[in-house]
Design a protein around this ligand. Structure first.
Ligand code: HEC
Ligand code: HEC
Ligand code: HEC
Ligand code: HEC
Ligand code: HEC
Ligand code: HEC
Ligand code: HEC
Ligand code: HEC
Ligand code: HEC
Length: 381
């Protein structure tokens, strides 16, 4: 990450730049002049009531809450407003060129690039910037997810996401994906997150952050069982919830999963019509398996799931299917005993055959030798 830009014309700016370097190196000094520079702007902008209007009739409130600014990551580091607003050194300000409030936002986020090059570059590969390029102005840019005037620190030691940063993520996305977030909030994952649970996925564990990929591609679909399995095969994580870690193994062993796995290897870019985890469990509305309305242990719910692809399935259709169970004596006795029988029968039969062949061979050798000995005796040379 780059330092704040040094404005060569002003000594205060320069010393701020140097000072920031010190902060970034770990010193905790603060230069009083820095806050004073922001204060110049806040003298007006701290007062509510003003706004800026755009040609299309939209407008933006220009009030900046001084307390929120002081507590923000940029404000508390001593940033000057003009580090980002390079053209606003004087009042009256230069005329605004954006023709709408949305255009204003879209023309300002580029100011983040100078200091957050990494995130900026990644974002260029993400769905949001691609959607904007394709003409959808409502897709997210930096300042939609991070208000530059109020954004708090979200990462701690070693760049790890802080608990409060994590908790806030679904709300950030909900500014535009409200319906998905409300479904997520009701899901087994989302409900647990509200209590601060660090083990469940938030939006970004499944989608990424700055380089979000389109989740409706064949590639994403085929890779998705891995995504779920990362957590659901983690013994330590799952033990807390007494959840089976066999779900991937049994899925892959199942005819649905084995075809998807094979398919993925041969045609990584084509859609498969076999179910992946979320065809059965749902995506943003995943429920506990014993949930009466959606849980898959409830037969009516399970049948509804099968019927998405097997429209003629009858009530006993799922019975032939082992689901994630490793067969046991109680749960799938027929399959279990068949497996036990095989486990005993196969070694016995194969072993028996081998023994038979071996003894037969020995017998033939002995017979052969005896036969030769007899011939020697009958026809002496
Ligand atoms: C004398 C009061 C005053 C001062 C001082 C002031 N502003 Fe403003 N600012 C306004 C008003 C009023 C508006 C609303 C639009 C307009 O009238 O230009 C505004 C609008 C803005 C806008 C939004 C519109 C645009 O031009 O992009 C920004 C950004 C802005 N000010 C930044 C700053 C910064 C940074 C400073 C400090 C260097 C500052 N202002 C100092 C009064 C002030
Ligand atoms: C880290 C960069 C950054 C800093 C520092 C910063 N701003 Fe902004 N500011 C922006 C961006 C980006 C926008 C456009 C946001 C949008 O439209 O979503 C903006 C928008 C504004 C607006 C227009 C109204 C609005 O909220 O969108 C005003 C007024 C403004 N800033 C004033 C200030 C003042 C005053 C300060 C210092 C106290 C300041 N800014 C510090 C990046 C910054
Ligand atoms: C002039 C340099 C500069 C600009 C421009 C700037 N930032 Fe920052 N930003 C910083 C610094 C320095 C930090 C503190 C980094 C740290 O503590 O690790 C920071 C922190 C952040 C954080 C919190 C990061 C964390 O790890 O907790 C976010 C989010 C952020 N900035 C977003 C933005 C956005 C969005 C913009 C554009 C509107 C922007 N920044 C523009 C310098 C800048
Ligand atoms: C769709 C919402 C969204 C957009 C757009 C977005 N961010 Fe983020 N950003 C997040 C979330 C959520 C996190 C926390 C995730 C984490 O730290 O793992 C984050 C984390 C960060 C951090 C902390 C360090 C890191 O990488 O985790 C910085 C700095 C940052 N963003 C800057 C930016 C900048 C600059 C842009 C624009 C180029 C941007 N963000 C665009 C949602 C967004
Ligand atoms: C400012 C609004 C806004 C915010 C905030 C936002 N998004 Fe989006 N997002 C959009 C728009 C608009 C699209 C593009 C829809 C389209 O073109 O189909 C989109 C597309 C997506 C897509 C691709 C699927 C699709 O429908 O195209 C995913 C995945 C996505 N967003 C995830 C997220 C996540 C995760 C977050 C939070 C970290 C987030 N978004 C925050 C507006 C937003
Ligand atoms: C457990 C993983 C997971 C979590 C958590 C998750 N998603 Fe998704 N999301 C997916 C998958 C898988 C798809 C693809 C679904 C499909 O193709 O039908 C998807 C699709 C999407 C789409 C595009 C398709 C649509 O349904 O409109 C958006 C937008 C989206 N997610 C946003 C979010 C947001 C916002 C959150 C957080 C509130 C979130 N997701 C949480 C896995 C997840
Ligand atoms: C064809 C439908 C189907 C597919 C595909 C599927 N599941 Fe399941 N899953 C079920 C059913 C039915 C249950 C409830 C009965 C059971 O436990 O077998 C279940 C149960 C579960 C449980 C709860 C286990 C427990 O200990 O109670 C988890 C976790 C789970 N599945 C995750 C996954 C993951 C991860 C994948 C993909 C790798 C996946 N499922 C694929 C149908 C499916
Ligand atoms: C970041 C880790 C993580 C990811 C990724 C994840 N899960 Fe989970 N999942 C959990 C945890 C932890 C729980 C237990 C939550 C609780 O009970 O409070 C859970 C619970 C579940 C349950 C409910 C089991 C029951 O009956 O109690 C199902 C079903 C499930 N997940 C399926 C999925 C599917 C399908 C995916 C992929 C689309 C997925 N999970 C991705 C961590 C994860
Ligand atoms: C996303 C779609 C999808 C879902 C959901 C789904 N299946 Fe399938 N299933 C398939 C496809 C595709 C095949 C392969 C058909 C073929 O190869 O001819 C298949 C094959 C089968 C077969 C093998 C016999 C046959 O008809 O070829 C059984 C048994 C089966 N599924 C049971 C189930 C059960 C039980 C459920 C519900 C728990 C279920 N399926 C859910 C798509 C699905």
């Amino acid at each position: 990450m780059r330092r704040f830009v040094v404005d060569a014309g002003r000594s205060t700016t320069r010393s701020f730049g140097l000072h920031l370097a010190a902060v970034l190196l770990g010193s905790a000094l603060l230069l009083p002049g820095v806050t004073a520079r922001a204060q110049e702007c806040l003298d007006c902008h701290g007062q509510p009531g003003s706004s800026v209007s755009f040609k299309d009739g939209s407008s933006k409130d220009v009030t900046i809450d001084p307390d929120a600014w002081a507590a923000s990551v940029h404000g508390s580091m001593g940033a000057a407003c003009t580090d980002c607003h390079t053209e606003h050194k004087e009042y009256p300000h230069p005329e605004v060129s954006a023709s709408s409030a949305r255009d204003y936002t879209l023309s300002h986020y580029t100011s983040c690039q100078q200091c957050h090059e990494d995130q900026f570059k990644k974002q260029l590969d993400g769905v949001h910037i691609k959607a904007i390029a394709a003409g959808n102005k409502n897709a997210a840019v930096c300042s939609d997810c991070h208000n530059p005037h109020t954004q708090r620190k979200i990462t701690g030691e070693g760049g790890k996401l802080l608990p409060e940063g994590r908790l806030g993520i679904p709300k950030t996305c909900a500014r535009c994906h409200g319906e998905i977030q409300s479904r997520y909030r009701q899901s087994v994952h989302g409900r647990a997150l509200v209590d601060g649970n660090p083990d469940v996925p938030t939006c970004i564990d499944c989608h990424g952050v700055h380089n979000i990929a389109d989740p409706r591609t064949a590639e994403f679909r085929l890779a998705s069982p891995r995504l779920c399995a990362d957590c659901h095969t983690d013994r330590k994580k799952m033990a807390k919830y007494k959840l089976s870690t066999q779900v991937l193994r049994t899925y892959v062993a199942d005819f649905h999963g084995s075809t998807v796995t094979l398919f993925e290897r041969r045609h990584p870019d084509q859609v498969t019509n076999k179910p992946v985890c979320y065809d059965c469990h749902g995506v943003h509305d995943i429920a506990r398996v014993d949930d009466p309305k959606k849980g898959l242990e409830v037969k009516a719910n399970l049948l509804r799931t099968c019927r998405k692809c097997h429209p003629d399935a009858t009530m006993n259709f799922p019975d032939a299917w082992l689901s994630h169970y490793v067969p046991t004596r109680d749960r799938n006795p027929v399959v279990y005993w068949a497996q036990v029988a095989y486990a005993i029968l196969i070694p016995t039969v194969v072993g028996g055959m081998a023994l038979f062949v071996a003894t037969d061979l020995v017998r033939r050798r002995i017979d052969h030798r005896r036969h030769l000995e007899r011939r020697h005796r009958v026809e002496p040379s």
